[in-house]
Design a binder for this molecule. Structure first.
Ligand SMILES: [Zn+2]
Ligand SMILES: [Zn+2]
Length: 96
């Protein structure tokens, strides 16, 4: 059973279920503003998903001064989460 670590601003809270981690990140941490378009999104997975689904890699690199290693690291996190997470469950829980 992989343990998921929050890691936002050094938070070392861990969760057995990635869905619990995502709800934690979206509710316990301040939302962040996208540096490309100014949208306010939950920190953690949702911020990564927003950046990569809504914007091109080039826009992301310019706005965040990111390296290709930064991008690859975030893409890996996004893939790892999407492989196992029930995103719908998380969205439903956040809607309540
Ligand atoms: Zn946290
Ligand atoms: Zn944006």
């Amino acid at each position: 059973m992989p343990r998921w670590k929050c890691a936002i601003e050094g938070d070392d809270a861990t969760f057995d279920r990635v869905e619990d981690l995502m709800v934690h990140q979206a509710t316990e941490h301040d939302r962040v503003q996208c540096k490309v378009c100014g949208a306010v999104v939950p920190d953690g997975y949702f911020a990564i998903r927003h950046a990569f689904d809504e914007h091109s890699r080039a826009e992301y690199v310019r706005a965040y001064d990111a390296s290709s290693a930064d991008i690859r690291r975030r893409e890996k996190i996004k893939e790892a989460v999407e492989e196992v997470a029930d995103i719908r469950e998380v969205v439903d829980r956040l809607d309540e």
